[in-house]
Design a protein around this ligand. Structure first.
Ligand code: GLY
Length: 430
């Protein structure tokens, strides 16, 4: 029986803990730092260590003789948490720092993809403001996407609405350090029209288990309006990615990226998550990520039939090809509930009313905590993720919205069009 440590505080960490709590191999779960939902799981406790505090996490794992650590967010991967754990013989699920660079630097990911022939939109890299401004004026601005090179929690991608807007974005990043070091290098990429989907894969560096393809709703408002966020909802499986296209994503993106990393001595063990744009029937890689997405985790993990602990162990031990990983038939849809000012600010301490959930609905906590009087209150801009499960996406989304109706807190915001994706058979609104 194993004691598992999950690193993270969001709904992804809650979904990982919820799934691992079902494993007969897991007797204890610690979540660092966790949230109001992880604290309430049977056999689980929160540990007050921040996900980026590598030294304290290492100390905790050694003192508690943790059997397996699972890393949720990207920041600890980029700061070498996995390398440090492995150096002292601790078992940990996630890529080492050098392999996690595929997410920590977009320009690094682009050159890696060029080396192994992975199709991706054309781009240029800039650290100099004047050079970036010259480039923007030489291009049709509506054809451009500006991206911060480093980690920006989903807030580093900009679609300029004109030259003045593009200049403002570039000045904010390169002149005023709006995203700190993450934005001191930018890539300016060709903006393509197509259907965007996300593909996740468990991998031990060679063998790959693809997860159901996912549609991720990144913009704040209905109809894909407003700023980019960490994700306002997701559905899986998305009909926008046919089995033939999923096969192409595997053959033309996932397999060559992993093979290139392996050939360079950077075996990637963990979850590889690719943002894909389908243009004229061909998949192009928009971004590579080194972990499960959020709210992808809350959408995909409920569809996993196989014991998650066994999958994670097989990746760590490099024998994933020996394990048959099965997925449930049916679909999942997740709606993210945020505070009013998200993604720019959040209001902590707002009381949350959480009623009884209908059948087929799961609640994953993110920015929540219990007060000493055990009242549930907000503690972050992303508050809860409500996942509906059903035979198909529209019914799953309708279920999720029935769950949403059981929740309230002052200023609660959510998108009302989750499930109305291209390829879905219709909108799922009450
Ligand atoms: N939902 C986007 C992400 O997890 O990066």
């Amino acid at each position: 029986m194993s004691h598992v440590l999950i690193v993270g505080s969001g709904a992804r960490a809650h979904a990982l803990a919820w799934k691992l709590a079902q494993s007969p191999h897991v007797s204890r779960l610690s979540v660092a730092p966790g949230n109001g939902g992880t604290a309430a799981l049977p056999g689980a406790r929160n540990v007050p260590i921040d996900a980026t505090d590598v030294v304290s996490l290492l100390d905790f794992a050694q003192t508690e003789a943790i059997d397996l650590t699972v890393v949720g967010p990207e920041e600890p991967l980029a700061s070498g948490l996995v390398d440090q754990f492995e150096a002292v013989g601790l078992r940990i699920f996630g890529p080492r720092r050098a392999a996690a660079m595929i997410e920590a630097s977009k320009s690094h990911a682009k050159t890696l993809m060029a080396r192994c022939g992975v199709p991706t939109p054309p781009y240029e890299v800039f650290t100099d403001l004047d050079a970036a401004l010259d480039y923007v004026t030489s291009q049709p601005v509506y054809d451009l996407v500006i991206k911060a090179d480093g980690l920006a929690r989903g807030k580093g991608v900009f679609l300029p609405r004109g030259e003045a807007d593009a200049e403002g974005i570039l000045r904010a990043l390169l002149e005023r350090d709006a995203l700190g070091a993450a934005g001191r290098r930018v890539i300016i990429e060709r903006r393509l029209n197509g259907t965007e989907v996300s593909v996740h894969a468990f991998t031990d560096g060679e063998a790959v288990v693809l997860m159901p393809p996912l549609c991720d709703y990144k913009r704040l408002l209905d109809g894909d309006q407003g700023p980019n966020t960490g994700g306002m909802g997701a559905v899986a499986p998305t009909a926008a990615l046919t089995p033939a296209l999923l096969d192409q994503v595997h053959e033309r993106i996932v397999r060559p990226v992993l093979a290139e990393l392996l050939a360079e001595g950077l075996r990637f063990k963990g979850v590889l998550y690719v943002d894909v744009m389908i243009v004229d029937g061909q998949p192009l890689a928009l971004a590579l990520n080194a972990r499960l997405g959020d709210p992808a985790a809350q959408t995909l993990l409920p569809l996993l039939q196989t014991d998650l602990f066994e999958v994670l162990q097989a990746c760590v031990d490099e024998h994933l090809s020996d394990l048959q990983v099965c997925w449930k038939t049916g679909a999942a849809a997740t709606v993210v509930l945020t505070t009013a000012g998200y993604p720019y600010r959040h209001e902590p301490g707002l009381p949350i009313q959480l009623g009884a959930m209908p059948e087929g609905v799961l609640v994953f906590h993110s920015g929540t905590r219990r007060t000493d009087g055990t009242e549930l209150v907000t503690s972050g801009g992303r508050v809860l993720a409500i996942t509906g499960l059903a035979d198909d996406v529209p019914t799953a989304a309708a279920r999720a919205y029935r769950g949403v109706a059981q929740v309230s807190f002052p200023g609660m915001h959510f998108r009302r069009d989750i499930g109305s994706e291209p390829g879905c058979s219709g909108p799922a609104l009450d």
